[in-house]
Design a protein. Structure first.
Length: 394
């Protein structure tokens, strides 16, 4: 665990800031008092330079106090009821989204097929029926209906493929990032998609400097930025699940890849692709299972089988949806693809033992489960580090 703290110095401030937001939401403190207290704490922390560990604790307390301050400021602003410039911009893009949704309808999409495409491509979940949501939930495929890193990653990859050459790399990266943010506004700016857009922005900037692009530190930085702007996002289920899924992927996926050598994966692309889906799916599930149990009371037993189906399908559906907006005649192919996906997931949902229902752990038990998972990660890290030579490194 110390290695994580060393490589991700922003993790502790991010967690402490979250704790401060929770604390501030349950208290009534004046903003001037919070500002004064934070200023005193910052000055005191700056004077503790000779005592490193004490100063680190001071930074953590400052981050917690900052969390209290931002939630108090947010609650006061919400009371004033004034629309921000971002909200007015969002309204403009939502109007454009309604026009694009009309184009999908006129392209031959209807009922559940239209509902899935509207949710997956444009973030509009209003057409999803209760039965359709239940099918996707039972099979562990709900994440493809909520725009997240998977969807933005697919779009980013498509835009990157359209850019050829490195001569104008800075200009093309800026254009790509602006396109991603236009899509974020177009889809309603949910917490998961904003998180993904911020991380992709950091990724693009770091790519220009050829530095490490995705890390726990990047995720912590993203959380701090988001919570400074919208501290109430911390209480959004999508925010919590999105961050825990990515955090778990960043922790566990590198360990899951340790048994294989880089040379083996480079020469066996099929194994690399299959293991990639397994590693990411299992890692993400580890991160979100306690939250799913707490909020929805269920566990999807066939999530791994489902991901082998929905991840390639989601990629094709997104590409076809973008193509249909340009060439409406592609709507027939898109409708067939979505219909096949829905039918397949409905079959998986009816297989005996598809879900375990009625879980609903308490808050304390949910936190304890995450503690056990962190301990399991530490033990797995020690095991893989000490005995890698005895694994099937090929």
């Amino acid at each position: 665990m110390s290695s994580i703290m060393h490589t991700a110095p922003l993790l502790i401030p991010a967690v402490c800031m979250m704790a401060g937001i929770v604390l501030g939401s349950r208290m009534l403190l004046s903003i001037p008092f919070c500002l004064l207290l934070l200023s005193v704490m910052v000055i005191a922390t700056a004077l503790l330079g000779r005592w490193g560990k004490v100063q680190t604790a001071g930074i953590a307390l400052c981050a917690m106090m900052l969390g209290v301050l931002v939630i108090e400021m947010n609650m006061q602003k919400a009371g004033e009821g004034e629309a921000s410039r971002i909200e007015r911009t969002q309204q403009y893009f939502l109007h454009q989204r309604s026009l694009l949704l009309e184009r999908l309808e006129t392209a031959g999409l209807s009922d559940d097929r239209y509902a899935v495409v509207a949710a997956m491509a444009l973030g509009d979940r209003s057409a999803l029926t209760k039965e359709l949501k239940e099918t996707y939930s039972k099979t562990g495929a709900s994440h493809v209906l909520a725009l997240s890193g998977l969807h933005l990653g697919i779009i980013y990859a498509l835009l990157s493929m359209l850019v050829v050459g490195r001569r104008w790399q800075m200009i093309t990266q800026v254009a790509t990032v602006l396109s991603i943010w236009a899509f974020v506004f177009l889809t309603g700016m949910s917490a998961s998609v904003v998180r993904s857009a911020i991380m992709l922005t950091v990724y693009a900037l770091l790519a220009l400097g050829h530095r490490q692009k995705m890390s726990v530190n990047t995720l912590a930085f993203t959380a701090i930025v988001m919570l400074l702007v919208t501290p109430k996002a911390l209480f959004d289920v999508g925010f919590q699940m999105s961050f825990m899924a990515v955090f778990s992927i960043l922790l566990f996926v590198p360990l899951f890849y340790r048994p294989f050598s880089a040379e083996y994966l480079m020469t066996h692309r099929a194994v690399s692709w299959l293991w990639g889906i397994v590693a990411v799916s299992v890692a993400a599930q580890i991160g979100v299972v306690p939250l799913i149990a707490y909020y929805f009371g269920r566990f999807s037993c066939y999530f791994l089988l489902t991901n082998f189906i929905v991840i390639p399908a989601a990629t094709l559906i997104l590409y076809l949806a973008l193509g249909t907006l340009l060439i409406p005649s592609l709507g027939v192919v898109l409708a067939s693809m979505v219909g096949l996906l829905n039918t397949t997931l409905l079959y998986i949902a009816t297989i005996p033992g598809a879900t375990i229902e009625g879980l609903h752990p308490s808050v304390g038990l949910t936190v304890a489960i995450y503690g056990v998972l962190l301990a399991a990660y530490y033990l797995l890290w020690l095991t893989v580090s000490n005995f890698r030579g005895y694994f099937f490194v090929i």
